[in-house]
Design a protein around this ligand. Structure first.
Ligand code: AMP
Length: 135
Protein backbone atom coordinates (compact mmCIF):
# COMPACT_ATOMS: atom_id res chain seq x y z
CA UNK A 1 0.00 0.00 0.00
CA UNK A 2 1.25 3.48 -0.89
CA UNK A 3 2.52 5.61 1.98
CA UNK A 4 0.90 8.93 2.82
CA UNK A 5 3.97 10.67 1.40
CA UNK A 6 3.70 8.80 -1.92
CA UNK A 7 0.09 9.94 -2.09
CA UNK A 8 1.24 13.51 -1.38
CA UNK A 9 3.88 13.36 -4.12
CA UNK A 10 1.23 12.09 -6.56
CA UNK A 11 -1.18 14.88 -5.59
CA UNK A 12 -3.71 12.39 -4.19
CA UNK A 13 -3.44 14.04 -0.77
CA UNK A 14 -3.02 17.82 -0.54
CA UNK A 15 0.23 19.40 0.60
CA UNK A 16 1.90 22.78 0.60
CA UNK A 17 4.39 22.12 -2.18
CA UNK A 18 7.73 23.88 -1.98
CA UNK A 19 9.65 22.29 -4.85
CA UNK A 20 9.63 19.29 -7.15
CA UNK A 21 11.61 17.57 -9.88
CA UNK A 22 11.15 14.23 -11.63
CA UNK A 23 12.33 12.16 -8.68
CA UNK A 24 11.96 14.26 -5.53
CA UNK A 25 9.33 16.38 -3.82
CA UNK A 26 9.48 18.98 -1.03
CA UNK A 27 6.53 20.23 1.02
CA UNK A 28 5.82 21.96 4.31
CA UNK A 29 5.56 19.85 7.46
CA UNK A 30 1.97 20.16 8.64
CA UNK A 31 3.14 20.33 12.30
CA UNK A 32 6.03 22.73 11.94
CA UNK A 33 8.69 23.34 14.55
CA UNK A 34 9.14 26.82 13.04
CA UNK A 35 7.83 28.61 9.97
CA UNK A 36 9.29 27.04 6.85
CA UNK A 37 9.84 23.54 8.32
CA UNK A 38 10.06 21.47 5.15
CA UNK A 39 10.15 17.76 4.32
CA UNK A 40 12.05 16.38 1.33
CA UNK A 41 11.19 12.94 -0.05
CA UNK A 42 11.97 10.61 -2.93
CA UNK A 43 8.81 10.21 -5.01
CA UNK A 44 9.16 6.62 -6.06
CA UNK A 45 11.13 4.92 -3.30
CA UNK A 46 9.20 4.16 -0.15
CA UNK A 47 11.93 2.54 1.93
CA UNK A 48 11.55 3.95 5.40
CA UNK A 49 15.27 4.03 6.24
CA UNK A 50 17.45 6.55 4.45
CA UNK A 51 20.57 4.42 4.66
CA UNK A 52 18.81 1.63 2.74
CA UNK A 53 18.38 3.83 -0.35
CA UNK A 54 20.27 2.91 -3.50
CA UNK A 55 23.24 5.18 -4.21
CA UNK A 56 21.68 7.29 -6.92
CA UNK A 57 18.45 7.93 -4.97
CA UNK A 58 20.47 8.72 -1.84
CA UNK A 59 22.75 11.20 -3.62
CA UNK A 60 19.90 12.71 -5.61
CA UNK A 61 17.83 13.22 -2.48
CA UNK A 62 20.63 15.12 -0.71
CA UNK A 63 21.40 17.16 -3.83
CA UNK A 64 17.73 18.16 -4.10
CA UNK A 65 17.61 18.87 -0.34
CA UNK A 66 20.58 21.23 -0.71
CA UNK A 67 18.75 23.23 -3.39
CA UNK A 68 15.60 23.35 -1.29
CA UNK A 69 17.61 24.42 1.78
CA UNK A 70 19.22 27.22 -0.23
CA UNK A 71 15.79 28.43 -1.32
CA UNK A 72 14.46 28.04 2.22
CA UNK A 73 17.25 30.15 3.71
CA UNK A 74 16.61 32.87 1.13
CA UNK A 75 12.87 32.89 1.83
CA UNK A 76 12.77 32.48 5.60
CA UNK A 77 15.19 34.60 7.66
CA UNK A 78 17.40 32.28 9.73
CA UNK A 79 21.00 31.72 10.73
CA UNK A 80 21.15 28.38 8.94
CA UNK A 81 18.99 25.48 7.87
CA UNK A 82 19.16 22.48 10.18
CA UNK A 83 18.79 18.93 8.95
CA UNK A 84 17.23 15.93 10.67
CA UNK A 85 16.26 12.43 9.61
CA UNK A 86 13.92 10.72 12.07
CA UNK A 87 11.29 8.58 10.40
CA UNK A 88 9.64 7.59 13.68
CA UNK A 89 6.17 8.39 12.38
CA UNK A 90 5.96 8.06 8.60
CA UNK A 91 7.56 4.98 6.97
CA UNK A 92 8.79 6.76 3.84
CA UNK A 93 12.29 8.27 3.82
CA UNK A 94 12.22 12.02 4.41
CA UNK A 95 14.64 14.75 5.39
CA UNK A 96 13.48 17.53 7.71
CA UNK A 97 14.83 21.00 6.79
CA UNK A 98 14.33 23.44 9.66
CA UNK A 99 15.22 27.16 9.56
CA UNK A 100 17.26 27.73 12.72
CA UNK A 101 17.93 30.80 14.79
CA UNK A 102 18.82 28.81 17.88
CA UNK A 103 19.43 25.20 18.84
CA UNK A 104 16.03 25.12 20.54
CA UNK A 105 14.34 25.52 17.12
CA UNK A 106 15.32 21.92 16.37
CA UNK A 107 13.77 20.43 19.52
CA UNK A 108 11.21 17.93 18.18
CA UNK A 109 9.61 17.60 21.63
CA UNK A 110 8.45 21.20 21.74
CA UNK A 111 4.92 22.30 20.94
CA UNK A 112 4.38 22.64 17.20
CA UNK A 113 3.18 25.84 15.52
CA UNK A 114 -0.47 26.10 14.53
CA UNK A 115 -0.48 28.01 11.25
CA UNK A 116 -3.47 29.01 9.16
CA UNK A 117 -3.84 27.54 5.66
CA UNK A 118 -3.10 30.94 4.12
CA UNK A 119 0.08 31.20 6.20
CA UNK A 120 1.26 27.77 5.01
CA UNK A 121 0.41 28.71 1.43
CA UNK A 122 2.30 32.03 1.61
CA UNK A 123 5.43 30.39 3.07
CA UNK A 124 5.38 27.59 0.49
CA UNK A 125 5.02 30.10 -2.33
CA UNK A 126 7.88 32.26 -1.07
CA UNK A 127 10.23 29.24 -0.84
CA UNK A 128 9.14 28.04 -4.28
CA UNK A 129 9.93 31.45 -5.80
CA UNK A 130 13.48 31.19 -4.49
CA UNK A 131 13.75 27.56 -5.65
CA UNK A 132 12.74 28.50 -9.19
CA UNK A 133 15.49 31.16 -9.25
CA UNK A 134 18.24 28.63 -8.51
CA UNK A 135 17.01 25.86 -10.84
P1 AMP B 1 9.04 11.47 11.44
O1 AMP B 1 8.55 10.27 10.66
O2 AMP B 1 9.30 11.16 12.88
O3 AMP B 1 10.24 12.12 10.77
O4 AMP B 1 7.87 12.54 11.45
C1 AMP B 1 7.02 12.70 10.32
C2 AMP B 1 6.75 14.17 10.07
O5 AMP B 1 5.81 14.23 9.01
C3 AMP B 1 6.12 14.91 11.26
O6 AMP B 1 6.89 16.08 11.52
C4 AMP B 1 4.72 15.24 10.79
O7 AMP B 1 4.25 16.47 11.26
C5 AMP B 1 4.87 15.23 9.28
N1 AMP B 1 3.64 14.88 8.57
C6 AMP B 1 2.86 13.80 8.77
N2 AMP B 1 1.81 13.80 7.92
C7 AMP B 1 1.96 14.92 7.14
C8 AMP B 1 1.20 15.49 6.08
N3 AMP B 1 0.08 14.90 5.62
N4 AMP B 1 1.65 16.65 5.53
C9 AMP B 1 2.77 17.24 5.99
N5 AMP B 1 3.52 16.75 7.00
C10 AMP B 1 3.12 15.61 7.56
Amino acid sequence: MATIFTKIAKGEIPSYKVAENDDFYAFLDINPLVQGHTLVIPKNVEDDYIFNLDGSTYEGLWDFARKVATALKAAVPCKRVGVAVLGMEVPHTHIHLVPLNSEADMDFRKEKLALKPEEFAAIAESINKEYVKIC
